[in-house]
Design a protein around this ligand. Structure first.
Ligand code: NAD
Ligand code: UDP
Length: 313
Protein backbone atom coordinates (compact mmCIF):
# COMPACT_ATOMS: atom_id res chain seq x y z
CA UNK A 1 0.00 0.00 0.00
CA UNK A 2 1.24 3.49 -0.85
CA UNK A 3 0.58 5.97 1.94
CA UNK A 4 -0.02 9.35 0.26
CA UNK A 5 0.45 12.67 2.07
CA UNK A 6 -2.73 14.64 1.52
CA UNK A 7 -3.47 18.25 2.42
CA UNK A 8 -7.14 19.17 2.99
CA UNK A 9 -7.85 22.89 3.31
CA UNK A 10 -11.12 23.59 5.12
CA UNK A 11 -10.75 20.16 6.72
CA UNK A 12 -12.54 21.11 9.96
CA UNK A 13 -15.67 21.99 8.02
CA UNK A 14 -18.66 19.85 7.18
CA UNK A 15 -17.48 18.25 3.90
CA UNK A 16 -13.75 18.39 4.72
CA UNK A 17 -14.09 16.37 7.92
CA UNK A 18 -15.92 13.55 6.10
CA UNK A 19 -13.31 13.59 3.34
CA UNK A 20 -10.52 13.32 5.93
CA UNK A 21 -12.22 10.32 7.59
CA UNK A 22 -12.30 8.59 4.22
CA UNK A 23 -8.69 9.47 3.31
CA UNK A 24 -7.42 8.15 6.66
CA UNK A 25 -9.52 5.00 6.32
CA UNK A 26 -7.80 4.37 3.00
CA UNK A 27 -4.41 4.48 4.76
CA UNK A 28 -3.23 7.97 3.83
CA UNK A 29 -1.53 10.61 5.95
CA UNK A 30 -3.68 13.75 6.22
CA UNK A 31 -2.84 17.33 7.09
CA UNK A 32 -5.86 19.54 7.81
CA UNK A 33 -5.49 23.29 7.40
CA UNK A 34 -8.33 25.46 8.68
CA UNK A 35 -8.82 28.88 10.23
CA UNK A 36 -11.98 27.66 12.04
CA UNK A 37 -14.14 30.44 10.59
CA UNK A 38 -17.07 28.10 9.96
CA UNK A 39 -15.38 24.83 10.84
CA UNK A 40 -15.43 23.24 14.28
CA UNK A 41 -12.77 21.31 16.20
CA UNK A 42 -15.62 19.02 17.16
CA UNK A 43 -15.69 17.73 13.55
CA UNK A 44 -12.14 16.37 13.80
CA UNK A 45 -11.79 15.72 17.53
CA UNK A 46 -12.15 11.96 17.01
CA UNK A 47 -8.93 12.04 14.94
CA UNK A 48 -6.67 13.76 17.46
CA UNK A 49 -5.06 10.53 18.66
CA UNK A 50 -4.42 9.27 15.11
CA UNK A 51 -0.66 9.57 14.37
CA UNK A 52 -1.40 9.90 10.64
CA UNK A 53 -3.52 13.02 11.20
CA UNK A 54 -2.22 16.55 11.78
CA UNK A 55 -4.10 19.82 11.99
CA UNK A 56 -2.77 23.30 11.52
CA UNK A 57 -4.62 26.54 12.24
CA UNK A 58 -3.87 28.65 9.20
CA UNK A 59 -5.67 31.05 6.89
CA UNK A 60 -5.15 30.12 3.23
CA UNK A 61 -5.14 33.76 2.14
CA UNK A 62 -1.59 33.62 3.54
CA UNK A 63 1.11 31.53 1.83
CA UNK A 64 1.64 28.04 3.20
CA UNK A 65 4.54 25.66 2.58
CA UNK A 66 4.46 21.92 3.03
CA UNK A 67 5.42 18.77 1.10
CA UNK A 68 2.42 16.68 0.05
CA UNK A 69 1.30 14.50 -2.88
CA UNK A 70 -2.25 15.79 -3.19
CA UNK A 71 -4.25 18.85 -2.17
CA UNK A 72 -8.03 19.10 -1.76
CA UNK A 73 -8.88 22.81 -1.66
CA UNK A 74 -12.12 23.18 0.28
CA UNK A 75 -11.44 26.22 2.47
CA UNK A 76 -14.28 28.71 1.96
CA UNK A 77 -17.48 29.39 3.89
CA UNK A 78 -20.34 27.72 2.00
CA UNK A 79 -23.46 29.02 3.70
CA UNK A 80 -24.93 32.28 2.33
CA UNK A 81 -25.15 33.91 5.79
CA UNK A 82 -21.51 33.15 6.48
CA UNK A 83 -20.03 34.06 3.12
CA UNK A 84 -22.01 37.31 3.13
CA UNK A 85 -20.80 38.26 6.62
CA UNK A 86 -17.48 39.51 5.25
CA UNK A 87 -17.78 39.43 1.46
CA UNK A 88 -14.31 40.85 0.82
CA UNK A 89 -12.79 38.10 2.92
CA UNK A 90 -14.85 35.52 0.99
CA UNK A 91 -13.40 36.75 -2.31
CA UNK A 92 -9.90 36.73 -0.80
CA UNK A 93 -10.35 33.17 0.45
CA UNK A 94 -11.44 31.94 -2.98
CA UNK A 95 -8.98 33.98 -5.05
CA UNK A 96 -5.85 34.50 -2.92
CA UNK A 97 -6.45 31.09 -1.38
CA UNK A 98 -6.50 29.47 -4.84
CA UNK A 99 -3.35 31.36 -5.87
CA UNK A 100 -1.54 30.21 -2.72
CA UNK A 101 -2.63 26.59 -3.06
CA UNK A 102 -1.91 26.49 -6.81
CA UNK A 103 1.49 28.05 -6.23
CA UNK A 104 2.17 25.36 -3.65
CA UNK A 105 0.98 22.60 -6.02
CA UNK A 106 3.21 24.01 -8.77
CA UNK A 107 6.29 24.14 -6.55
CA UNK A 108 5.94 20.63 -5.15
CA UNK A 109 4.26 19.08 -8.23
CA UNK A 110 1.19 18.00 -6.25
CA UNK A 111 -2.16 17.14 -7.80
CA UNK A 112 -4.81 19.63 -6.67
CA UNK A 113 -8.60 19.40 -6.57
CA UNK A 114 -10.82 22.45 -6.33
CA UNK A 115 -14.18 22.30 -4.56
CA UNK A 116 -16.09 24.56 -6.92
CA UNK A 117 -19.84 24.95 -6.81
CA UNK A 118 -23.12 24.89 -8.69
CA UNK A 119 -23.25 28.60 -7.79
CA UNK A 120 -20.99 29.24 -10.79
CA UNK A 121 -24.22 28.70 -12.79
CA UNK A 122 -25.92 31.47 -10.75
CA UNK A 123 -29.68 31.63 -11.29
CA UNK A 124 -29.55 29.26 -14.27
CA UNK A 125 -31.45 29.78 -17.49
CA UNK A 126 -30.56 26.28 -18.67
CA UNK A 127 -32.08 23.36 -16.80
CA UNK A 128 -30.67 20.92 -15.74
CA UNK A 129 -27.19 22.41 -15.64
CA UNK A 130 -24.46 20.85 -17.77
CA UNK A 131 -20.80 21.71 -17.39
CA UNK A 132 -20.73 23.59 -20.72
CA UNK A 133 -23.35 26.10 -19.48
CA UNK A 134 -21.60 29.40 -18.68
CA UNK A 135 -24.08 30.50 -16.05
CA UNK A 136 -26.16 33.55 -15.18
CA UNK A 137 -24.51 35.38 -12.31
CA UNK A 138 -25.09 38.92 -11.03
CA UNK A 139 -21.53 40.26 -10.60
CA UNK A 140 -22.58 42.82 -7.98
CA UNK A 141 -25.31 40.87 -6.18
CA UNK A 142 -25.26 39.71 -2.57
CA UNK A 143 -24.07 36.25 -3.63
CA UNK A 144 -21.39 37.52 -6.00
CA UNK A 145 -18.57 37.39 -3.42
CA UNK A 146 -19.03 33.63 -3.37
CA UNK A 147 -20.15 32.99 -6.97
CA UNK A 148 -17.60 35.22 -8.68
CA UNK A 149 -14.86 34.22 -6.22
CA UNK A 150 -15.43 30.57 -7.14
CA UNK A 151 -15.57 31.44 -10.85
CA UNK A 152 -12.21 33.23 -10.68
CA UNK A 153 -10.81 30.28 -8.73
CA UNK A 154 -11.81 28.00 -11.63
CA UNK A 155 -10.12 30.42 -14.06
CA UNK A 156 -6.97 30.31 -11.96
CA UNK A 157 -6.99 26.52 -11.81
CA UNK A 158 -7.25 26.19 -15.59
CA UNK A 159 -4.60 28.85 -16.23
CA UNK A 160 -2.14 27.25 -13.82
CA UNK A 161 -2.78 24.01 -15.71
CA UNK A 162 -2.30 25.50 -19.19
CA UNK A 163 0.55 27.85 -18.31
CA UNK A 164 2.42 25.81 -15.68
CA UNK A 165 1.20 22.24 -16.26
CA UNK A 166 -0.19 21.99 -12.73
CA UNK A 167 -2.20 18.78 -12.39
CA UNK A 168 -5.70 20.03 -11.60
CA UNK A 169 -9.13 18.52 -10.93
CA UNK A 170 -12.21 20.75 -10.70
CA UNK A 171 -15.57 19.58 -9.36
CA UNK A 172 -18.77 21.60 -9.15
CA UNK A 173 -20.59 20.54 -6.00
CA UNK A 174 -24.38 20.86 -5.78
CA UNK A 175 -26.25 21.31 -2.46
CA UNK A 176 -24.90 18.78 0.01
CA UNK A 177 -26.16 17.90 3.50
CA UNK A 178 -25.42 15.49 6.30
CA UNK A 179 -24.05 15.15 9.83
CA UNK A 180 -21.51 17.80 10.97
CA UNK A 181 -23.17 20.68 9.16
CA UNK A 182 -22.95 23.55 11.62
CA UNK A 183 -26.30 23.64 13.49
CA UNK A 184 -26.50 27.42 13.04
CA UNK A 185 -24.96 27.70 9.61
CA UNK A 186 -28.20 28.87 8.06
CA UNK A 187 -28.41 26.43 5.19
CA UNK A 188 -31.82 25.02 4.51
CA UNK A 189 -31.42 21.41 5.61
CA UNK A 190 -29.75 22.25 8.95
CA UNK A 191 -32.21 25.11 9.56
CA UNK A 192 -35.31 23.00 8.94
CA UNK A 193 -34.06 20.06 11.03
CA UNK A 194 -32.99 22.25 13.97
CA UNK A 195 -36.30 24.15 13.84
CA UNK A 196 -38.29 20.90 13.68
CA UNK A 197 -36.41 19.26 16.56
CA UNK A 198 -36.86 22.36 18.73
CA UNK A 199 -40.56 22.70 17.84
CA UNK A 200 -39.90 26.15 16.35
CA UNK A 201 -41.53 27.54 13.21
CA UNK A 202 -40.03 26.26 9.97
CA UNK A 203 -38.91 29.23 7.91
CA UNK A 204 -39.49 28.93 4.18
CA UNK A 205 -38.00 31.86 2.27
CA UNK A 206 -40.29 32.96 -0.56
CA UNK A 207 -43.23 30.70 -1.42
CA UNK A 208 -41.18 27.50 -1.27
CA UNK A 209 -41.49 26.77 -4.99
CA UNK A 210 -37.76 27.27 -5.65
CA UNK A 211 -35.97 23.98 -6.18
CA UNK A 212 -32.69 22.39 -5.14
CA UNK A 213 -31.21 18.93 -5.63
CA UNK A 214 -29.80 17.57 -2.37
CA UNK A 215 -26.87 15.23 -2.17
CA UNK A 216 -25.85 13.25 0.90
CA UNK A 217 -22.27 13.92 1.98
CA UNK A 218 -21.02 10.31 1.58
CA UNK A 219 -21.93 10.39 -2.11
CA UNK A 220 -20.00 13.63 -2.54
CA UNK A 221 -16.90 12.21 -0.82
CA UNK A 222 -17.01 9.19 -3.13
CA UNK A 223 -17.17 11.56 -6.12
CA UNK A 224 -14.24 13.62 -4.81
CA UNK A 225 -12.04 10.55 -4.35
CA UNK A 226 -12.93 9.21 -7.80
CA UNK A 227 -12.18 12.58 -9.36
CA UNK A 228 -8.78 12.85 -7.66
CA UNK A 229 -7.92 9.33 -8.88
CA UNK A 230 -9.31 9.78 -12.40
CA UNK A 231 -7.11 9.61 -15.50
CA UNK A 232 -4.55 12.43 -15.71
CA UNK A 233 -6.14 14.22 -18.69
CA UNK A 234 -9.63 14.39 -17.15
CA UNK A 235 -9.51 17.69 -15.30
CA UNK A 236 -13.18 18.74 -15.26
CA UNK A 237 -15.08 20.76 -14.45
CA UNK A 238 -17.49 18.00 -13.52
CA UNK A 239 -20.81 18.26 -11.69
CA UNK A 240 -21.11 16.22 -8.50
CA UNK A 241 -24.66 16.26 -7.19
CA UNK A 242 -27.87 14.32 -6.87
CA UNK A 243 -30.26 15.00 -9.78
CA UNK A 244 -33.34 14.37 -7.59
CA UNK A 245 -34.88 17.82 -7.49
CA UNK A 246 -37.29 19.00 -4.78
CA UNK A 247 -39.04 22.25 -4.00
CA UNK A 248 -38.07 23.83 -0.68
CA UNK A 249 -41.75 23.41 0.32
CA UNK A 250 -41.48 19.64 -0.28
CA UNK A 251 -38.29 19.52 1.78
CA UNK A 252 -40.06 21.24 4.70
CA UNK A 253 -42.92 18.71 4.53
CA UNK A 254 -40.45 15.81 4.47
CA UNK A 255 -38.59 17.12 7.53
CA UNK A 256 -41.90 17.57 9.37
CA UNK A 257 -42.91 14.00 8.50
CA UNK A 258 -39.58 12.41 9.49
CA UNK A 259 -39.18 14.30 12.77
CA UNK A 260 -42.86 14.04 13.73
CA UNK A 261 -42.68 17.67 14.86
CA UNK A 262 -45.63 19.92 15.62
CA UNK A 263 -43.75 22.86 14.08
CA UNK A 264 -45.67 25.07 11.67
CA UNK A 265 -44.37 26.43 8.38
CA UNK A 266 -44.00 30.20 8.14
CA UNK A 267 -43.03 32.20 5.06
CA UNK A 268 -40.30 34.85 5.06
CA UNK A 269 -38.85 37.12 2.37
CA UNK A 270 -36.78 35.43 -0.33
CA UNK A 271 -33.16 36.64 -0.17
CA UNK A 272 -31.97 38.56 -3.23
CA UNK A 273 -30.50 36.60 -6.14
CA UNK A 274 -31.76 33.32 -4.65
CA UNK A 275 -31.67 30.87 -7.59
CA UNK A 276 -35.12 29.63 -8.64
CA UNK A 277 -34.06 26.17 -9.67
CA UNK A 278 -31.04 23.91 -9.58
CA UNK A 279 -30.43 20.39 -10.82
CA UNK A 280 -27.19 18.82 -11.99
CA UNK A 281 -26.79 16.96 -15.24
CA UNK A 282 -24.40 14.23 -14.09
CA UNK A 283 -23.82 12.40 -17.40
CA UNK A 284 -20.16 13.47 -17.43
CA UNK A 285 -19.51 12.13 -13.90
CA UNK A 286 -21.27 8.89 -14.83
CA UNK A 287 -19.17 8.49 -17.96
CA UNK A 288 -15.76 9.59 -16.68
CA UNK A 289 -15.90 8.59 -13.03
CA UNK A 290 -18.48 5.80 -13.16
CA UNK A 291 -20.08 7.76 -10.32
CA UNK A 292 -23.65 8.40 -9.32
CA UNK A 293 -25.26 9.13 -5.95
CA UNK A 294 -26.63 6.15 -4.02
CA UNK A 295 -28.27 7.74 -0.98
CA UNK A 296 -31.68 9.26 -1.54
CA UNK A 297 -33.30 12.08 0.41
CA UNK A 298 -35.30 10.12 2.99
CA UNK A 299 -32.39 7.90 4.02
CA UNK A 300 -29.95 10.82 4.17
CA UNK A 301 -32.38 13.01 6.11
CA UNK A 302 -32.93 10.29 8.72
CA UNK A 303 -29.17 10.05 9.37
CA UNK A 304 -28.88 13.83 9.53
CA UNK A 305 -31.84 14.18 11.91
CA UNK A 306 -30.26 11.57 14.21
CA UNK A 307 -27.05 13.60 14.27
CA UNK A 308 -28.76 16.93 15.04
CA UNK A 309 -30.62 15.45 18.01
CA UNK A 310 -27.42 15.90 20.08
CA UNK A 311 -27.88 19.69 19.88
CA UNK A 312 -31.38 19.72 21.33
CA UNK A 313 -31.46 16.96 23.96
P1 NAD B 1 -17.98 24.67 5.75
O1 NAD B 1 -18.23 26.10 5.99
O2 NAD B 1 -18.52 23.68 6.72
O3 NAD B 1 -16.42 24.38 5.62
C1 NAD B 1 -15.51 25.31 5.08
C2 NAD B 1 -14.25 25.24 5.94
O4 NAD B 1 -13.28 26.18 5.42
C3 NAD B 1 -14.50 25.63 7.39
O5 NAD B 1 -13.90 24.69 8.25
C4 NAD B 1 -13.83 27.01 7.53
O6 NAD B 1 -13.39 27.27 8.84
C5 NAD B 1 -12.71 26.89 6.52
N1 NAD B 1 -12.22 28.19 6.01
C6 NAD B 1 -12.97 29.22 5.56
N2 NAD B 1 -12.16 30.23 5.17
C7 NAD B 1 -10.88 29.82 5.39
C8 NAD B 1 -9.61 30.41 5.18
N3 NAD B 1 -9.49 31.64 4.70
N4 NAD B 1 -8.51 29.68 5.53
C9 NAD B 1 -8.60 28.44 6.05
N5 NAD B 1 -9.79 27.84 6.25
C10 NAD B 1 -10.92 28.51 5.93
O7 NAD B 1 -18.51 24.35 4.28
P2 NAD B 1 -18.65 22.96 3.51
O8 NAD B 1 -20.08 22.75 3.24
O9 NAD B 1 -17.88 21.93 4.19
O10 NAD B 1 -17.97 23.33 2.12
C11 NAD B 1 -16.65 22.90 1.79
C12 NAD B 1 -16.32 23.37 0.38
O11 NAD B 1 -17.23 22.80 -0.56
C13 NAD B 1 -16.38 24.89 0.20
O12 NAD B 1 -15.32 25.30 -0.62
C14 NAD B 1 -17.70 25.09 -0.52
O13 NAD B 1 -17.68 26.24 -1.33
C15 NAD B 1 -17.82 23.83 -1.34
N6 NAD B 1 -19.22 23.52 -1.63
C16 NAD B 1 -20.05 23.03 -0.65
C17 NAD B 1 -21.38 22.79 -0.94
C18 NAD B 1 -22.33 22.26 0.10
O14 NAD B 1 -23.53 22.17 -0.19
N7 NAD B 1 -21.88 21.87 1.26
C19 NAD B 1 -21.88 23.06 -2.23
C20 NAD B 1 -21.00 23.58 -3.18
C21 NAD B 1 -19.69 23.79 -2.88
N1 UDP C 1 -34.08 28.51 2.61
C1 UDP C 1 -35.31 28.54 3.25
N2 UDP C 1 -35.33 28.58 4.61
C2 UDP C 1 -34.20 28.55 5.36
C3 UDP C 1 -32.94 28.51 4.70
C4 UDP C 1 -32.92 28.51 3.32
O1 UDP C 1 -36.38 28.52 2.61
O2 UDP C 1 -34.32 28.57 6.61
C5 UDP C 1 -34.06 28.46 1.13
C6 UDP C 1 -33.14 29.45 0.46
O3 UDP C 1 -33.80 30.69 0.26
C7 UDP C 1 -32.83 28.74 -0.85
C8 UDP C 1 -32.84 27.27 -0.47
O4 UDP C 1 -33.57 27.18 0.75
O5 UDP C 1 -33.85 28.97 -1.80
C9 UDP C 1 -31.45 26.67 -0.26
O6 UDP C 1 -30.73 27.52 0.61
P1 UDP C 1 -29.28 27.20 1.15
O7 UDP C 1 -28.81 28.41 1.88
O8 UDP C 1 -29.27 25.90 1.86
O9 UDP C 1 -28.41 26.96 -0.17
P2 UDP C 1 -28.24 27.75 -1.57
O10 UDP C 1 -29.26 28.85 -1.66
O11 UDP C 1 -26.86 28.25 -1.55
O12 UDP C 1 -28.52 26.70 -2.57
Amino acid sequence: MIRKKVLVTGGAGFVGSHLIDRLLKEGNEVICVDNYFTGQKQNIIHLMENPFFEYIRHDITMPFFIEVDEIFNLACPASPIHYQLNPIKTVKTSVSGAINMLGLAKRINAKILQASTSEVYGDPKVHPQREDYWGHVNPIGTRSCYDEGKRVAETLFFNYHWQNQVRIKVIRIFNTYGPRMHPHDGRVVSNFIMQALQGKDITIYGDGSQTRSFQYVDDLVEGMIRMMNSREDFIGPVNIGNPNEFTIGELAEKVIELTGTKSKIIYEALPSDDPLQRQPDISLAKKELNWQPNIQLEEGLKKTIDYFKRYVN
